[in-house]
Design a protein around this ligand. Structure first.
Ligand code: ZN
Ligand code: ZN
Ligand code: ZN
Length: 332
């Protein structure tokens, strides 16, 4: 609290008023001819554009005509301050009392996406352009202040992209912290053509896989699971996505295969077995012990193990009717 106020009550007396537009008592954003306005009413009023019924000009219409309450332009309403951007001349909410949202966002992106030469990294120009031309520049600008400066925050991701610390590949995005912000950015990069388009469910599976492999305790298990996922699960998922957008169900089925492959390897270890020493009786025992929902899910892994000669050949129980399909399902 500024030392000018001795008590919170004093501070509230200075800065809080009843909003002339919505009647709520709180912090005010401006004093307009019809009274003090709160931030919400202030920002909302500055988003309204149209022909001023008093002067006929096409402008922003934050004012209220006293006799009929019609929305009018700042000049006709007798506003003391201008809401015209000092750079582009567009009227609307100003940041720092000077620049409109789009110009403020442009400056912020120039700074964040700078490749070190004082210019936006050329490969990222389509990203900057699509962010600037979005319908909601205010929420994009606000988003860039979310967890500002923290690792994995939106502004941090953009800065590292600008400097080339994050490569422009899908793989680079799998290991980023705060996967939600990273996934969102990755979608934006695909939408503006900076990254090749990949099905959303495939993206989610790939991100999940990185995390899953990292928590497998046994390096040899992790290596086998990685090979299974890379050479068997992912190609099927991608082939499905080439036909139609995948549903979350197919992603769940793919993660299930990987989880059960991992569980199977741990079970083998617990029995002092490996894929090489595992025999038909052990496979039968696994199926007796795991008779429930995961019986069909480990089947693709066992088939892959046989085809890659990691195991000898086994007789596997027939797939149960109504069990999960082997190829990824696609949405209608
Ligand atoms: Zn209000
Ligand atoms: Zn007017
Ligand atoms: Zn501007």
């Amino acid at each position: 609290m500024s030392p000018a106020y001795k008590t919170p009550e004093q501070r509230d007396r200075w800065h809080k008023r009843t909003c002339a537009r919505c009647g709520r008592h709180g912090w005010f954003a401006a004093r307009w001819p019809d009274g003090h306005v709160c931030r919400t009413c202030h920002d909302k009023a500055l988003r309204v554009r149209g022909q001023c019924p008093a002067c006929g000009d096409e402008r922003v219409l934050p004012g209220l005509r006293p006799d009929d309450g019609a929305l009018i332009c700042p000049d006709c309403a007798g506003f003391m301050m201008s809401y015209r951007c000092s750079r582009c001349g567009r009227e609307g909410k100003l940041h720092g009392g000077r620049l409109c949202t789009r110009c403020t966002l442009a400056d912020r992106l120039d700074d964040l996406l700078d490749d070190g030469t004082g210019r936006i990294r050329p490969a990222l120009l389509p990203l900057a352009e699509s962010l600037l031309n979005a319908d909601n520049p205010v929420s994009i600008l606000n988003g860039l202040y979310t967890r500002k400066g923290k690792i994995g925050a939106p502004d941090d991701l953009l800065r590292r992209l600008g400097r080339g610390e994050i490569e422009l590949t899908h793989e680079a995005f799998h290991t980023l912290q705060h996967w939600r912000a990273a996934a969102h950015l990755r979608e934006l990069l695909m939408a503006c053509g900076v990254l090749p388009t990949v099905d959303k469910q495939v993206c989610l599976f790939e991100s999940w896989l990185v995390g899953h492999l990292a928590i497998i305790a046994e390096p040899e298990h992790a290596q086998i699971v990685r090979r299974f996922a890379t050479w068997s699960v992912l190609p099927k998922l991608r082939a499905g996505a080439d036909r139609r957008p995948l549903t979350p169900g197919s992603q769940k089925y793919a993660t299930g295969q990987v989880k059960h492959a991992t569980a199977f390897l741990i079970w083998l270890s617990d029995q002092d077995l490996t894929l090489t020493t595992c025999r038909q009786t052990d496979i039968d025992r696994w199926h007796v012990e795991h008779n429930e929902h995961n019986r069909d899910t480990v089947r693709p892994f066992l088939l892959w193990c046989q085809s890659t000669k990691l195991t000898r050949r086994f007789r596997l129980p027939p797939r149960r009717p109504g069990g999960q399909p082997r190829s990824p399902r696609t949405s209608a």
